[in-house]
Design a protein around this ligand. Structure first.
Ligand SMILES: [Mn+2]
Length: 195
């Protein structure tokens, strides 16, 4: 079973995450940040991951710690669920259109965390959500999942569409990268023998 649960408590947040990489897209998300919940529900649905996330964050400060720490815990859960990464496809990429926006996401489940993030927003807020927190989430996720993650929005205008395109793209690319490739026959997909 490729499942994992992570509980992470700091002075700023208390985060619980469970994930099943081989799920059906079922999401039970309550971060206290409506827009983040929306993005994480998309992530579960388009990844076909079953995801449960509960966060008690210091939202009286702002949404930064809650967003970042959710990314940390979700990344840790993905890494734990992947285990020794036997049999996975490892690499995947996708172009994800959302109306006028097009984003490209490429993933290597490498064990070498790295983020390239070439997505910008013309506005500071989507509703109550600070658009700069999209990058914070991706940074936290990539570092803690141990993946090389390249995100670029090739064009786009609407901030909600841009955010949605990168979250859906992350989900769709990750879904392909974690998929079991029968031709790997349970081997770790690296000439080094480990990832
Ligand atoms: Mn939407």
């Amino acid at each position: 079973m490729r499942t994992a649960s992570i509980s992470r408590r700091t002075a700023e947040t208390d985060v619980s995450v469970s994930i099943d990489l081989d799920g059906t897209g079922k999401a039970t998300i309550a971060t206290g940040v409506g827009f983040l919940d929306h993005m994480l529900e998309l992530f579960a649905r388009h990844g076909l991951f079953d995801v449960t996330i509960k966060v008690e964050g210091d939202l009286h400060v702002d949404q930064h710690h809650t967003t970042e720490d959710t990314g940390i815990a979700l990344g840790q859960a993905v890494a734990k669920a992947l285990g020794d990464k036997r049999g996975i496809a490892r690499y995947a990429d996708i172009h994800l259109p959302m109306d006028e926006t097009l984003s490209r996401i490429a993933i290597d489940i490498s064990g070498r965390p790295f983020l390239v993030f070439r997505t910008t927003f013309r506005v500071e807020k989507i509703g109550q959500f600070d658009t700069e927190l999209v990058r914070e989430f991706f940074q936290a996720f990539a570092m803690n999942a141990g993946i090389t993650l390249h995100v670029e929005t090739l064009y786009g205008d609407n901030a909600h569409h841009i955010a949605e395109s990168v979250f859906k793209g992350l989900a769709r690319a990750l879904r392909k990268a974690v998929a079991i490739d029968p031709r790997e026959d349970g081997r770790v997909p690296s000439t080094k023998g480990s990832l």
